[in-house]
Design a protein around this ligand. Structure first.
Ligand SMILES: [Zn+2]
Length: 94
């Protein structure tokens, strides 16, 4: 196997999920617990539910911005985020 590559591979869902989580849950202050562990668990659970959209580091930014504007994608992510918040709030790992 060959792992040396010029370009890195990113999952565009990572900044999008974190950004939406930040806007809809962190800034609004509606989380029952906003400690680092719970925030991380919510993002991880959501990332595992939404299909990945891979991009390279170079093409990345424009691609991510365009994806972020898609209403369908936004509502899919928001739905999963809401579920994740409920799941983690019911059984936090601390
Ligand atoms: Zn917590």
């Amino acid at each position: 196997m060959y792992f040396s590559r010029e370009l890195s591979i990113y999952n565009a869902m990572e900044p999008i999920v974190s950004g939406m989580f930040e806007d809809h849950y962190v800034k609004t202050g509606i989380l029952k617990c906003d400690c680092e562990k719970c925030q991380m668990d919510i993002i991880l659970r959501t990332m595992n539910q939404v299909p990945p959209h891979y991009t390279s580091g170079q093409a990345g930014e424009a691609y991510i911005k365009a994806l972020y504007q898609e209403p369908q994608l936004q509502s899919d992510i928001l739905r999963e985020l809401t579920k994740s918040v409920q799941v983690i709030e019911e059984s936090p790992r601390h």
